[in-house]
Design a protein around this ligand. Sequence first.
Ligand code: AMP
Length: 282
Amino acid sequence: MNVVTTIKQVREQVKVWRQAGYSIGLVPTMGFLHEGHQSLMAAAKKDNQKVIVTIFVNPIQFGPSEDLDSYPRDLERDKVACEQMGVDLIFHPTASEMYMPNFSSYVDVNNLTDALCGKRRPGHFKGVCTVVTKLFNITQPDRAYFGQKDAQQLAVIKRMVSDLNFDIDIIGCPIVREADGLAKSSRNSYLSESERKAAVCLYQAIECAKEMIKQGEKSVTVIKKAMDDVISNQPLAKIDYIEFVDLASLASINMLAKDSLCALAVYIGKTRLIDNFIYQQQ
Ligand code: AMP
């Protein structure tokens, strides 16, 4: 496995692979890798002859009061996680390699970014779309892998790829969870022992909603109220949002419909966690 830090090095490697006719799968990450990331690598490995993982804590997708400086980093551990999965190349650039001092071009997807996390984190998806576009241009993949864990991100990237005619297949991968149901996340490392226990309330709220839906409940107000109750029962938790939206447009819905997404963001102490589930009527 090769670990490189410059765009030039990636381009040289990709050129060789392209000339040999190899297919390339890309897994963009911010590092501090866990089994969720590794599931993306496994999917990429299955579909492609070469797999590139990028590890870059992208400064332009963090708001001024967010956790850019404290975001967990451990390259040596990440190398082991990638090696285990048979990754061929890690691209681990510095911020200055990615953003020259006169950097001034951004990619911004409208509408889909108005709701959910986009509404609470202004500029976040502009930062995500810009860095993902750059990573696409640098690595020239056939396929790129994103987690359903970040449901809005996946929807926004798919829209961007379609709108801007990137010749890249975007593959969504299921959420990988801890044994108690908490979605795996690099940010889980911020949680104290008591917060970690409390964090399971996101999953409990999802399970509660799924059970109500199974019993035939369709009213978003009723389901949201029950989810709110589950989370509010947990003193360390503070709801940022619980939203039901149409899966394609991410527009808010009042009644559960054919393809709906329920997404939630909850603060556990100072740590903001997200989770979601998709309801697809058979
Ligand atoms: P991040 O490093 O948090 O930016 O995540 C990199 C990629 O891994 C994104 O496409 C995430 O959606 C995905 N990912 C993160 N956590 C999980 C998880 N628990 N299950 C599946 N995919 C995940």
